[in-house]
Design a protein around this ligand. Structure first.
Ligand SMILES: [Zn+2]
Length: 84
């Protein structure tokens, strides 16, 4: 069953639940979760996370259960690369 969300705090748009990929940093580590139910504003795209969902993500990261695989991500140092 999909959760109900209030209208968007930023633009007043309607918020609908979608299953999205969430990148989360916990204790300095980056975790990627797929198919997470998150409220997404239809107008501006702002995301709204429900407490129990966030708790579950932290629990999964902490216990490493349901862990699928590791992915590599490109890393940059903007200070080295930026020329203004
Ligand atoms: Zn919005």
């Amino acid at each position: 069953m999909k959760a109900k969300y209030d209208t968007c705090d930023y633009c007043g748009g309607r918020v609908f639940e979608k299953r999205v990929t969430v990148d989360l940093r916990l204790k300095g580590k980056l975790y990627v979760f797929e198919n997470v139910p998150v409220g997404v504003c239809r107008k501006c795209g702002e995301r709204y996370y429900r407490g129990p969902v966030l708790e579950r993500l932290e629990e999964l990261a902490a216990h490493q259960n349901f862990f699928k695989d590791k992915i590599q991500v490109p890393r940059f140092d903007f200070a080295e690369a930026a020329v203004f």
